[in-house]
Unconditional design. Structure first.
Length: 383
């Protein structure tokens, strides 16, 4: 989902997007979206700036948690931390698994190398570089070092963290370097890509939210939008994000950003979904883009009793044996959210992905924005 950025060099509070607004609470197996409630007036930001209309979301206490991007040094100018408003849900229907390579993996297609996936990055460039090095995908200088390996990013490159544009620049560069080495580095569309595109294209243009006035600019600010990212955003970044696919299948893994069945509303095949999303962004209609963003913000389709059936619906339509997604942080699914001060011994313990929904879904968002872990893992998992 999605929440605020500072308008100047001082740090200002930011709300998190992990709570679920009413429009994202539709049953996993249903394609109908209930109308959202009337808009809620948000509290004024720390610094004075012209008021903007906000998307209807509930206000939460702004207990700032700095994340784990900065140890003993000050954050960069324009960086806005995220507030901790994550409720604890103690659940017993998810399983945290150690990341192990299948001892007898299937033959790789077309001579390509092993498959890796990356969870939500949200601007944490240093953590991403460290995780890619640990897996041997890049060298000490940050260059592609994995030959014909395949690397998929599951979306959400910006917002909340200190260097979203730096993350996009890295992924774009690695894509070229991997292709030259016989492998590839690809990325999927996340809801925060849609949000950043909308904020840049439409700004404060009112959109039809179904419950009053909303704007992309207000929603971007409320969901961790960083002034430094917007200042550095260039046409090449917008073009790259606009061309990202929404869903793909690799080696029996159905890759997507959001744990939602809303993809089914955009096509009955992978190609149809991706073509529809690209067409919507090309038409440049604010209301259509808002509706796409809103639906890609839904979550928890695979979490409850109906989760396995929801996963089967997607797998039946698009192929694959397991859904692999980001978007909903693993600490949220497990009810391990850490403390506001981010002390090392109180941080969420995330060792690897989570397999749940009768083994049909793999969650990949390790919760880096809440002092969790940025996950880069090799598929298939042996669990």
């Amino acid at each position: 989902m999605t929440q605020g950025a500072g308008q100047g060099p001082e740090r200002t509070e930011t709300l998190r997007d992990f709570r679920v607004p009413p429009y994202a609470q539709a049953p996993a197996h249903s394609a109908q979206v209930p109308p959202p409630p009337p808009p809620v007036e948000m509290p004024p930001p720390a610094q004075p700036h012209p008021p903007v209309a906000v998307h209807p979301m509930e206000a939460y206490p702004a207990d700032i948690h700095p994340g784990n991007a900065f140890a003993d040094e000050e954050p960069p100018e324009g960086y806005t931390p995220t507030a901790r408003d994550l409720p604890v849900i103690n659940r017993g229907d998810t399983v945290q698994v150690r990341v192990e390579i299948d001892p007898a993996p299937a033959p790789l297609p077309d001579g390509l190398g092993p498959l890796f996936v990356v969870g939500d990055v949200h601007g944490y460039l240093d953590e991403l570089l460290a995780a890619l090095r640990e897996q041997g995908l890049i060298d000490v200088d940050g260059n592609w070092a994995a030959g014909n390996a395949r690397l998929w990013f599951l979306g959400d490159f910006t917002d909340r963290g200190p260097d979203g544009i730096g993350v996009i620049d890295l992924v774009m560069r690695l894509s070229a370097e991997a292709a030259a080495a016989g492998g590839y580095c690809k990325a999927l569309m996340g809801n925060h890509e849609l949000l950043l595109i909308g904020a840049k294209r439409f700004g404060d243009t009112p959109v039809n939210s179904g419950a009053g006035t909303a704007t992309f600019q207000a929603a971007w600010l409320l969901n961790g939008g960083q002034k430094a990212d917007m200042d550095r955003l260039q046409d090449v970044h917008l073009q790259w994000m606009s061309r990202l696919d929404a869903i793909e299948e690799e080696d029996g893994h159905l890759l997507m950003h959001s744990d939602t069945t809303a993809y089914l509303e955009y096509g009955d095949s992978i190609e149809a979904v991706n073509d529809t999303v690209h067409a919507l962004l090309t038409r440049n209609d604010a209301d259509e883009c808002w509706d796409l963003f809103r639906k890609f913000t839904k979550r928890f389709a695979f979490r409850d009793e109906s989760g396995p059936q929801a996963a089967r619906e997607l797998l039946s339509a698009y192929g694959g044996r397991r859904v692999v997604h980001g978007h909903s942080p693993i600490p949220y699914l497990l009810g391990e959210v850490g403390t506001e001060d981010g002390e090392e011994d109180c941080r969420p313990v995330v060792e690897g992905p989570h397999v749940y929904a009768d083994g049909l879904a793999i969650a990949m968002d390790g919760g880096v924005t809440m002092a969790g872990k940025l996950l880069v893992v090799q598929l298939p998992l042996h669990d």
